[in-house]
Design a protein around this ligand. Structure first.
Ligand SMILES: [Zn+2]
Ligand SMILES: [Zn+2]
Length: 332
């Protein structure tokens, strides 16, 4: 048991983050994840962020209740919009119809149902209200469907490896069918579906084999995920550190596909490419910073993830130097 760490209050959007060192010590190090004003209580996510952060409030409450015997009352859980990320919001059908009649296609502009009391876990008691037309609806009208989707369609694929072959297609279809027609584009179910695609394309596959438009689509999805994390899990934490290198890698691939033959690119194109690589460098620098702050092994050496992030950063810096060289020649 980690005595000091257990003194910290839990928050689903904490201001500190923790990591545990390697065998045999398993020491825990806690760091501020963001700038913390004096007098502000220090908070930690007591669950592994990557797992816990995937859910919306209701599901987090269920896990918190099961684990600690009481619902979580952190700021994120008390906010029906989840800090404006709408990760649990359900499409208001009348508002959607109305929007489409007016030719509005962007699902972010539809009305969404959010809970009046986010801590009410009984779906028969919980009333949700539309952000636009203020119509109300019982959670029993849609939460069972959310749970069913999660268990039967997404988690089944995620856990069952036999399903892996068809997993990405099921996930792609799931997003197509439900994004903006049943759930908000930031909904946690979609994040889960995206993770299935991401695992397939980026962990087991080669992102370089994707077409430019596929890569661009993935890039946009990753940016949307990062946007949610920026709000709900700011600062450096493990979830982010898994995500940032993927974004960096994608930027790099997009850059390579776009500027296949650097010497043949125009000066303007090279300057644009430079912006991308700078963005990429920023992401890798964050990763490097995170891993450097993790605990070393007992013999003082660093884990492979630390070296890996340093290599990625070095690669990025090399590309930048090369690009600068080209720009210098092109403008001379
Ligand atoms: Zn909470
Ligand atoms: Zn509405």
């Amino acid at each position: 048991m980690y005595k000091t760490a257990s003194e910290f209050q839990h928050a689903c959007s904490p201001n500190c983050q923790w990591n545990i060192g390697n065998y045999p010590d398993f020491k825990m190090r806690i760091r501020a994840a963001i700038k913390i004003e004096a007098g502000t209580p220090l908070t930690l996510n007591r669950f592994a962020y990557e797992e816990f952060g995937k859910f919306g409030t209701l599901k987090r409450q269920e896990i918190h209740l099961e684990t600690f015997g009481s619902p979580c009352k952190c700021a994120l859980c008390l906010d029906p919009t989840e800090f404006g990320t709408f990760q649990s919001a359900i499409v208001c059908s009348p508002c959607r119809k109305e929007a489409r009649r007016k030719g509005i296609k962007d699902p972010l502009l539809f009305g969404y149902l959010i809970p009046e009391n986010p801590l009410e876990m009984d779906v028969n008691q919980s009333v949700w209200k539309c952000t636009k037309c203020h119509r109300t609806s019982s959670a029993s009208n849609f939460i069972p469907k959310v749970n069913e989707f999660y268990v039967d369609r997404l988690e089944d694929i995620f856990i069952n490896f036999i399903q892996i072959q068809r997993g990405p297609n099921v996930a792609i279809n799931f997003i197509r069918e439900n994004r903006g027609s049943f759930v908000h584009p930031n909904h946690w179910l979609l994040k889960r579906a995206f993770k299935i695609i991401r695992r397939d394309r980026f962990i087991t596959g080669d992102p370089g084999s994707l077409s430019y438009s596929e890569l661009e689509k993935m890039y946009k999805m990753h940016l949307a995920l990062k946007g949610i994390l920026d709000v709900t899990a700011p600062g450096l934490n493990l979830e982010r550190i898994y995500l940032l290198p993927s974004i960096g890698e994608m930027i790099f691939k997009l850059y390579l596909k776009c500027f296949n033959c650097l010497a043949g690119s125009s000066l303007a194109e090279m300057i644009e490419a430079r912006e991308w690589i700078l963005e990429c460098r920023k992401l890798y620098e964050d990763c490097d910073l995170y891993w450097k702050g993790t605990l070393p092994l007992r013999d003082g050496s660093r884990a492979s993830s630390v070296r890996g992030s340093a290599e990625e950063l070095a690669g990025c810096k090399r590309a930048l130097a090369q690009l600068d060289d080209h720009i210098l020649h092109a403008s001379a």
